[in-house]
Design a protein around this ligand. Structure first.
Ligand SMILES: [Zn+2]
Length: 207
């Protein structure tokens, strides 16, 4: 089991219990700037932050991956409402107003596609977890719980996090870029910073 040496006092960010899954993560700060050329992304690396999740909160997250029905229900209800609104618009404005009729068709399509993608994503996620060892699966679930509960905004900036883990270090720059939505030069910087931090914390004993 992979752990930070000095993770002793980290609390679970959800329930406040002693954390069983501590994470050190590199913060990525992203600012979306609009100008005449469209939307541009400005990105910079922030500090390392510690997060923790206890085993019962991690278990909860893991069971929502395996039995995803309850977890995706709110999203399904939202898309279902859009679908229903579309059907109502079509029924009400059929042969009466083409603009509203088109709007109804668009809403219906959006609802159907939305429901489809929510279900597909949940199945894909479950399949991905089935490929993990039990130890890796619970740590991935704990990390997902961190991502869900960590601050996402700082003023106008979007915040995201890259965990300092052996899995991150085994990634290529390109994969890091795609997975964490990084600009190419930021991916290179992030990798260097994370490797230094990992080696620093784990000493020569770390892989
Ligand atoms: Zn907890």
């Amino acid at each position: 089991m992979y752990k930070w040496k000095d993770a002793g006092d980290i609390r679970c960010m959800i329930c406040g219990a002693q954390a069983d899954y501590p994470f050190r993560a590199l913060t990525v700060r992203t600012l979306k700037v609009r100008d005449l050329g469209g939307e541009k992304k400005v990105q910079a690396l922030g500090d390392f932050t510690d997060f923790g999740i206890c085993s019962s909160c991690a278990e909860k997250e893991l069971s929502s991956v395996r039995d995803f029905r309850a977890a995706i229900r709110p999203k399904l209800i939202r898309f279902g409402a859009v679908l229903l609104a579309g059907i109502i618009l079509i029924l009400v404005f059929f042969n009466r107003d083409r603009v509203f009729l088109l709007l109804g068709c668009a809403a219906m399509l959006c609802g159907i596609l939305g429901i489809g993608s929510v279900v597909t994503d949940a199945r894909k996620r479950r399949a991905e977890y089935e490929g993990y060892t039990a130890d890796r699966a619970i740590r991935e679930a704990a990390w997902e719980a961190v991502v869900k509960n960590a601050p996402k905004k700082n003023g106008d900036e979007d915040l995201s996090y890259i965990p300092v883990t052996p899995e991150t270090l085994s990634m290529k720059n390109g994969d890091l870029m795609i997975l964490y939505d990084l600009l190419p030069e930021i991916a290179v910087q992030a990798y260097t910073k994370i490797r230094a931090e990992y080696n620093n914390r784990n000493g020569a004993a770390g892989q």
